[in-house]
Design a protein around this ligand. Structure first.
Ligand code: HEC
Length: 154
């Protein structure tokens, strides 16, 4: 009896580990996707690098908005600077060769935009003007996300 129970447990654990038939957690095949954006294929570590940079930029946007909301302009400036040109992943020469020109151009514009915004805040720009600058900048995020997606090379 005990042996049977252990056998059942091992069986269940095994099925979970291997994935029950039809309940695999793997992503569905691409053919079923309705996402028509251009796929950029990268090695996992390169994709990680780009996505890490993306999260950094989202952190900057959040930091800028929070700084503006709290009237803490030096915090907003610091948040903007964090995503300036120095932190661009496309400075990695190998990643650069794999990205389309248009992507690179938009990415550069975005990093420069963060630097510009930081300079603007430092120079004493009003909250309204800073917000306008940020609005322009986030237009780049939306434009690029509408065109491209990242996939891992298998
Ligand atoms: C030059 C192109 C480009 C620009 C500009 C861009 N992104 Fe992205 N971003 C991408 C791509 C491509 C992905 C992957 C999307 C996918 O595979 O669905 C991505 C993914 C992300 C992700 C998801 C990260 C993750 O861990 O999955 C975040 C967050 C993000 N971007 C934030 C931003 C923000 C904020 C901005 C603007 C300040 C921005 N991005 C500008 C191309 C861009």
């Amino acid at each position: 009896m005990r042996v049977t129970l252990i056998g059942v447990c091992v069986g269940i654990v095994g099925m979970i580990a291997l994935g029950l038939p039809g309940s695999s957690t793997a992503a569905p095949p691409h053919e079923s996707s309705t996402d028509m954006r251009q796929r950029l294929i990268f090695a996992p570590t390169q994709r990680d690098m780009i996505l890490t940079e993306m999260r950094l930029m989202l952190g900057s946007v959040s930091g800028i908005v929070q700084g503006l909301a709290a009237d803490n302009l030096s915090a907003a400036e610091k948040a903007a600077r964090t995503s300036g040109m120095v932190h661009a992943a496309d400075t990695d020469p190998q990643i650069k060769t794999l990205l389309p020109q248009q992507f690179l151009e938009l990415a550069r514009q975005t990093h420069r935009g963060f630097d510009k915004l930081a300079d603007q805040i430092k120079a004493g720009s009003s909250r309204d003007d800073t917000l306008r600058g940020l609005a322009k900048l986030t237009g780049n995020c939306v434009a690029c996300h509408a065109m491209y997606r990242l996939d891992e090379a298998r």
